[in-house]
Design a binder for this molecule. Sequence first.
Ligand SMILES: [Zn+2]
Length: 76
Amino acid sequence: MNTDIYLVLKDVTCPSCGSRIVLMEDRKFVWLGCERCRIFVRITKSSISRKVRGKTFPWRDIIRDLISTLYQVCQQ
Ligand SMILES: [Zn+2]
């Protein structure tokens, strides 16, 4: 995947294999998931910009939502 941002989250691990979860950004999406299991969830950047209130960028909410979606996907 060709990404602008690649972050390994320190305290979040994959519910399936225990690997560290990564957060990536490309032109259109922010992705969160496990590279080992090749399971990713994504959110469009336009929907992120709709969540921004004033000067506050809601990273915590966005990452929390992506993580909970990933956990739901892994439990299926
Ligand atoms: Zn995994």
